[in-house]
Design a protein around this ligand. Structure first.
Ligand code: C2E
Ligand code: CA
Ligand code: CA
Length: 492
């Protein structure tokens, strides 16, 4: 079915969206984790050096002998691969630097503030570093120890870019005093950082990186879902089919009123037409006429049958209102109803309306009740009584096939018993007619009218005739047909 396919397709897309949404939430959550990790690493790089300064260097200020000082603090310079240089300034003048050239140089910093720490980027240091002559960039940690002294620790920019690069699946960036460090670029900025922080780590969600993350880490979930979907589509799962074909398609068909009454005539023992049974047909625009076997069980279970019965009643009313009933006697119009319809007043209201609309016609409405669902007996009896007050006739359909036909026959005022065709079949196809005979006897004993359904041949008819069965329905007489055709053939 076409729409079945679309529904399945929708379900696949829905599942995929849910997976992506979940992964997106996880990615977001993971990004926050990465922010914390990057933060901790940057913190480490900066404060490890500050701590060293506070613990070791500050004790030897002012610097008397630069060479001794550098030698003493060689551990900091040699052990920490992030450090490019270390310089001590006194009144903005470099008094001791690991880069010899800087000694004596005047720096144009603003006034020192005791205890103030700055961390910033410079694209061009006044000196090249000893390892890479071309590399002029640096991050500087400037610690103002007193209004006079300060220490400037220069860091290789790589020490920070590497931290971000380690998390290639996330778009994490670090906001510094004068630059923002992104994965692949450094952007200058003017706005200050909040509070006294030296840096802030943040993240963006980049669609590209998110999909990369999904593919690298979670593609198996998507593959699994796709395989499951293909499996469900290929292997016709009854649960899936029930859900897909029926619910959406039936809903749509109800809205578009694609259900149509087909009428099968009922005759009396003399071959006179006495009525008809209304049988639902789903007239699908592309699939054609769909028999009730494909949908009735589903709609009876989910309650949609209420709306279908209503459509059938309305269409019968529209067609029969224009018929001139010239023939003698009443005409029984039978509708099939099930237990769920007795749960609300809708059925009653629909019937009363139908009766009103057809009040000028000699039409008697019959309700054919099946036992596919059990009736709540107390409610059922009062509903039946209410209907009987309106001159509605009640027929027990498929008599003998359910589990409690007898109960209803005894407890309620049933007008007609419809002998199920499985019993009629026993006339010509055996094993024996015991049950059929018993049903006929029971009906006679309770003064209930009998209608034999599914009469397919002469032999069956003659047997029933001989047993005083008064009404007949079946292919031997005629098949169900669209109401327009029925009117043309039997009522004109
Ligand atoms: P049912 O009420 O027992 O209706 C009689 C079914 O037997 C109809 O099948 C009819 O076409 C078929 N039939 C009539 N004469 C013969 C015959 O001589 N031989 C054979 N083999 N079959 C014959 P249909 O129209 O397919 O309906 C099937 C069932 O669907 C109905 O059985 C009824 O239980 C249910 N149904 C149909 N319309 C409605 C409806 O509007 N509401 C509810 N609740 N059920 C409906
Ligand atoms: Ca019926
Ligand atoms: Ca029946």
């Amino acid at each position: 079915m076409n729409s079945e396919k679309t529904i399945k397709h929708h379900i696949y897309v829905l599942g995929l969206s849910l997976i992506l949404l979940t992964l997106f939430a996880k990615y977001n959550y993971d990004s926050l984790d990465v922010v914390e990790e990057v933060s901790a690493e940057v913190n480490n790089i900066i404060f490890e050096n500050i701590k060293y300064y506070e613990d070791e260097i500050s004790g030897s200020l002012p610097v008397k002998n630069c060479w001794n000082f550098l030698e003493e603090n060689a551990t900091l310079l040699l052990n920490n691969r992030n450090i490019r240089s270390i310089s001590i300034t006194d009144n903005k003048k470099v008094v001791c630097s690991s880069i010899n050239l800087l000694n004596g140089m005047e720096l144009n910093f603003t006034k020192e503030e005791t205890g103030k720490i700055r961390f910033f980027y410079i694209s061009k240091t006044p000196y090249s570093d000893s390892i890479n002559q071309k590399n002029m960039e640096a991050f500087l940690i400037k610690i103002s120890y007193t209004p006079t002294y300060s220490t400037i620790i220069g860091l290789y920019p790589e020490s920070l870019t590497e931290v971000i690069d380690d998390y290639s699946e996330y778009d994490v960036y670090v906001n510094f005093e004068n630059v923002v460090l992104y994965k692949d670029k450094m952007v200058g900025k003017n706005n200050a950082l909040e509070g006294k922080s030296l840096y802030e780590v943040k993240y963006n969600i980049s669609p590209y990186l998110f999909f990369k993350y999904v593919i690298i880490n979670h593609s198996f979930v998507i593959i699994f879902w796709t395989l499951l979907y293909l499996f469900i589509v290929r292997v016709k799962s009854p649960i899936f089919d029930k859900f897909t074909i029926s619910y959406w398609d039936i809903n749509k068909a109800i809205k578009r009123r694609h259900f149509h009454p087909y009428l099968q005539p009922v005759f009396d023992i003399n071959g006179t037409l006495v009525g008809a049974e209304v049988l639902a047909r789903w007239v699908h625009p592309t699939k054609g006429v769909i028999p009730p076997a494909s949908f009735i069980e589903e709609v009876e279970a989910n309650g949609k049958i209420r709306e279908i019965t209503q459509i059938l009643m309305q269409k019968c009313s529209t067609h029969l209102r224009n018929v001139e009933f010239t023939r003698k006697g009443g005409f029984h119009l039978g509708f099939n109803v099930c237990a769920i319809q007795f749960d609300s007043n809708l059925l009653y209201e629909d019937i009363v309306l139908l009766q009103k609309e057809l009040s000028s016609k000699p039409i008697l409405i019959v309700l054919e009740i099946t036992e596919r669902q059990e009736f709540e007996s107390k409610l059922f009896s009062s509903y039946i009584n209410k209907l009987k007050d309106k001159d509605i006739k009640i027929a027990l359909d498929d008599f003998g096939t359910g589990h409690c036909s007898m109960k209803y026959l005894i407890n309620s005022s049933i007008d007609i018993i419809k002998i199920d065709r499985t019993f009629v079949k026993t006339i010509s196809e055996g094993p024996n007619t015991h049950v059929l005979d018993a049903i006929i006897n029971l009906a006679n004993a309770t003064n209930t009218e009998i209608l034999a359904e599914g009469v397919e041949n002469k032999e069956q008819f003659e047997y029933l005739y001989a047993n005083n069965v008064m009404h007949y329905q079946g292919f031997y007489f005629d098949e169900p047909m669209p109401i327009e055709e029925f009117i043309g053939k039997y009522l004109s």
